[in-house]
Design a protein around this ligand. Structure first.
Ligand SMILES: *Cc1c(COP(=O)(O)O)cnc(C)c1O
Length: 396
């Protein structure tokens, strides 16, 4: 074992990690401690949205670090104001609260909905969420999630998250009672294997919420910030949600998240919500650099062009290997395989030489692709060629 790996037992063991240490990244490429390079189509789980160490992000963080890192959330700072203004102008929301992770932003959304329920809906508190959904790893967001097994993992759960089925309106209607305050969903279920909520379903949820006086909350932690080819995924359906959460791609790799709400829902009173690091200028300056890059003319057009290319390439693999299909929105896509050898393909891709490739299998028979939003056409072609090669190697 090399010196770089000695000492790994000082880290708490929370997942099986391969014996490699990443030391450097640039765009779609990562380099490990032996100098081996990897084509990265995971990008920190859709987090490094502009690739590794992009110049605008590095420059923004460096300049802000020299100027002001954190005056505390008890005072205003300019980058947080500037990023909030950008998010408000690009969306249907009026108010932004910054957080440090997707789970924390969702926890804030749950608190805001419960507060609104107490003030406006006589104490209604239940939030309808969905089977196989993923909202984070705090106790409340684990309870909101529909991940199999999580209902008993750290029992007792936080109460009040009945589960409906995605794209099944009757299953949502059946759960509504006088204690229901909101419906919360991912526009595309990411961890479940890239399962999009249909446009019709999202529109019907908006109508249903209006009919019963409920809030509609979209968890855009994975789908937001250009990932699906629009700034926010809810915009594909032309709906107006009441609350939206963002994380992952918004910081381009640094811990930044946001809870966005319409004015009439922004009912927090002083003392209800806060956090030591929330909205600090170092992270929000990073967020501005990411936002301005994605919002620049033509950027989302190129995301959609690359998405089209990726989709067509995956369909060629589907035809060649007799697989089931591909699905997704923008640069959040999945290959639906005919066999459950996803883990073996991910491992073989990583182990290929001289260069490796990072892929993700959210389910045994599904591969998920979350490249940098500025991935090049050549990098997509290279990934598709290497994937084809890896499938033949694994399947013999
Ligand atoms: C990743 C994810 C989260 C959790 O975000 P963290 O930053 O890991 O806490 C929540 N919701 C969705 C949809 C996600 O993909």
């Amino acid at each position: 074992m090399s010196t770089e790996l000695s000492g790994i037992e000082a880290l708490m063991e929370i997942t099986a990690r391969p014996d490699l240490v990443f030391v450097r990244g640039e765009g779609s490429w990562l380099e490990d401690h032996t100098g081996k390079r990897y084509l990265d189509f995971v990008q920190g789980w859709a987090v490094t949205s502009l690739g590794h160490c992009p110049a605008p992000l590095v420059e923004a963080i460096t300049a802000q670090a020299r100027q002001l890192i954190n005056p505390s959330p008890a005072f205003y700072n300019q980058p947080s104001i500037d990023l909030a203004k950008r998010l408000v102008s690009a969306s249907c929301f009026d108010r932004v609260f910054f957080a440090n992770s997707g789970a924390e932003a969702n926890e804030g959304a749950i608190k805001l909905a419960r507060k609104w329920g107490r003030v406006r809906r006589a104490g209604a508190y239940k939030i309808i969420t969905f089977e196989n959904s993923f909202h984070g790893r705090t106790l409340a967001t684990m309870s909101a999630s529909g991940k199999p097994g999580w209902d008993t993992l750290f029992a007792p759960q936080v109460d009040g998250f009945p589960k409906a089925r995605l794209n099944d309106l009757a299953s949502v209607e059946a759960l509504i009672d006088d204690q229901t305050v909101a419906i919360m969903l991912e526009p595309v279920q990411g961890e479940a294997g890239v399962l999009p909520a249909s446009t019709g379903f999202l529109q019907a949820l908006r109508e249903l919420a209006d009919l019963h006086g409920l809030l509609l909350i979209v968890d855009e932690v994975q789908t937001g910030m250009g990932r699906t080819g629009k700034m926010f995924a809810y915009q594909h359906a032309g709906i107006t949600p009441d609350i939206m959460t963002l994380a992952k791609g918004i910081g381009g790799g640094v811990p930044l998240a946001a809870l966005c709400a319409r004015e009439e829902v922004s009912v927090f009173e002083h003392g209800d919500q806060g956090g030591t690091y929330n909205g600090n200028p170092l992270m929000t300056a990073a967020g501005i650099a990411v936002f301005d890059t994605i919002n620049a003319p033509g950027f989302l057009d190129s995301v959609n062009e690359r998405a089209q290319q990726l989709s067509e390439g995956l369909l060629r693999l589907v035809a060649k290997w007799g697989m089931k299909g591909e699905r997704g929105q923008g640069l959040l896509r999945a290959l639906l395989m005919d066999r459950s050898d996803g883990a073996a393909i991910v491992e073989a891709a990583r182990n290929r030489s001289p260069e490796g490739m990072l892929l993700n299998a959210p389910r045994a028979d599904v591969l998920r692709f979350m490249p940098a939003l500025n991935v090049t056409a050549d990098e997509i072609d290279l990934m598709l060629a290497w994937l084809d090669e890896t499938i033949s190697q694994v399947r013999g």
